[in-house]
Design a binder for this molecule. Structure first.
Ligand SMILES: Cc1cc2nc3c(=O)[nH]c(=O)nc-3n(C[C@H](O)[C@H](O)[C@H](O)COP(=O)(O)OP(=O)(O)OC[C@H]3O[C@@H](n4cnc5c(N)ncnc54)[C@H](O)[C@@H]3O)c2cc1C
Length: 410
């Protein structure tokens, strides 16, 4: 059996390695000149051998398939880190809130969640109106929701908001940068870079994938491109109407990543801790070099949802990050490197992660993931069936699901 995989993000790579390990021929077609998709680690331009994760940042609690995959490919993980045992640092109005004030805000939100239970198909914006929380609590909730699923509050599901606000929850990182994982998997595969799939044909005798440069033939095809891009692909014969309807119902988080390196490591560590929420752009900031050597600090910020800057120049955004960090630190800090990337405007992603609402896992996802004639299969972060954003774990889980389906047909 010969499988064509479209997309060399985590979901495509894991699908490919699973099917190849079972003894089949696999070719992965990737539009870009690199593998990893929404996992992207920047090393060039940073000093002291440090790096910045411009896409996926952390391994959350419960991302067990991801951890096992790292182990399988011999990658070292950092120790467990956390945003703090109490509440994380909050920088509102340019000032760091005292721990007591931050705890009060967290307690207010938890109480509001208990008194005013989020409704089925209620957005966070709607719930905020109903729950009458204070303006500062609203700011904090906005910052939390914009860290994940990074969607505007008017589409994010209030029922999926992290009501316990479990700040202390541990997270880990891949030592050396997150892109080491996709690169390690890719070394074992036949990957064709710069091959953007345009049209997928399927029939009784097999499948074809036309790119700008060539036509590939196989027995089966796995489509692992980000959800917003599936309705951009040509299909011949056309996709069933209910599948397109379902695809168009899904919403996604949007965000711009801002990363910068500063000289003042200890000062900034003291000011923002391992990470902080702010009422400015970016609303969520993390110390990305917490597990890195070197005497500089790499800071990653996320400007998401309705606060994703449109039309603002990169330099202005970096200046805003400098201003937030300087006010938190109590004196001006010196940026030695900085870069900005919008994932919403990236033609090969158009999104950060999916932002499901209500019962879409049951009502919409099964239609999106249903294979066509045992020939065409659908994976990717957006197809994960767990609660919340799929993230890296969701991409891997979708790959395990789809590779089982493919092997069952082989
Ligand atoms: C800013 C940001 C922060 C994030 N933070 C986290 C985090 O902290 N933790 C976490 O778990 N997850 C995080 N995520 C989410 C995580 O990165 C994704 O869920 C995961 O990497 C998605 O993998 P995927 O394979 O489904 O899709 P992708 O990684 O997007 O891979 C899809 C691939 O398909 C390719 N492609 C697209 N169209 C075509 C075409 N026509 N032909 C050929 N190839 C095509 C793309 O170039 C890409 O390589 C974050 C994402 C972003 C953007």
């Amino acid at each position: 059996m010969k499988l064509l995989v479209i997309g060399a993000g985590l979901s495509g790579l894991v699908t490919a390695i699973e099917v190849q390990s079972a003894g089949h021929e696999v070719i992965v077609l990737e539009a870009q000149g690199r593998v990893g998709g929404r996992i992207l680690t920047l090393r060039e331009g940073l000093s002291d051998g440090q790096f910045a994760d411009v896409g996926a940042e952390i391994i959350y609690q419960g991302q067990d398939n991801l951890i096992r995959l790292c182990e399988r490919f011999g990658l070292e993980l950092s120790q467990e880190l956390s945003l703090g045992p109490g509440v994380p640092t909050l920088i509102f109005g340019g000032q760091r809130l005292s721990e007591g004030a931050a705890q009060e805000l967290a307690a207010e939100i938890q109480a509001a969640m208990q008194h005013t239970r989020p409704g089925h198909y209620e957005t966070i914006a709607q719930w905020l109106r109903r729950a009458h929380v204070s303006q500062q609590a609203e700011l904090l909730l906005t910052a939390i929701a914009q860290s994940t699923p990074a969607g505007p509050l008017r589409i994010a599901d209030a029922e999926e908001l992290n009501a316990d606000i479990s700040w202390g929850e541990g997270y880990r990182k891949i030592v050396g940068g997150n892109d080491l994982l996709p690169r390690a998997i890719a070394r074992e595969l036949d990957i064709r870079l710069g091959q953007a799939a345009r049209i997928i044909g399927w029939g009784r005798h097999g499948v074809t994938v036309e790119t700008d440069r060539a036509t590939f033939r196989g027995d089966r095809v796995a489509i692992t491109v980000p959800g917003p891009l599936v309705p951009e692909l040509g299909f011949d014969p056309v996709l069933p109407a209910d599948k397109v309807q379902a695809l168009l119902q899904l919403r996604y988080g949007n965000a711009t990543r801002i990363v910068a390196q500063y000289a003042e490591r200890e000062l900034l560590k003291g000011a923002i801790g391992p990470g902080c929420f702010t009422d400015r752009i970016p609303g969520f900031i993390m110390d990305q070099s917490i597990h890195q050597t070197g005497d500089k600090i790499v800071v990653g910020g996320l400007a998401a949802g309705d606060s994703e800057p449109v039309g603002q120049r990169d330099e202005e955004l970096l200046d805003q990050l400098d201003a937030t960090l300087s006010s938190a630190a109590g004196r001006p800090v010196k940026r030695i490197f900085g870069t900005v990337k919008s994932w919403t405007r990236d033609p090969w992603s158009r999104a950060v992660v999916r932002a499901l609402i209500g019962d879409q896992r049951q009502s919409v996802l099964p239609t999106i993931t249903a294979p066509l004639d045992g020939r065409v299969f659908f994976a990717g972060e957006h197809t994960d069936e767990r609660v919340g954003p799929g993230g890296m774990e969701g991409a891997i889980r979708s790959a395990y699901r789809v590779s089982k389906q493919i092997l069952a047909e082989a």
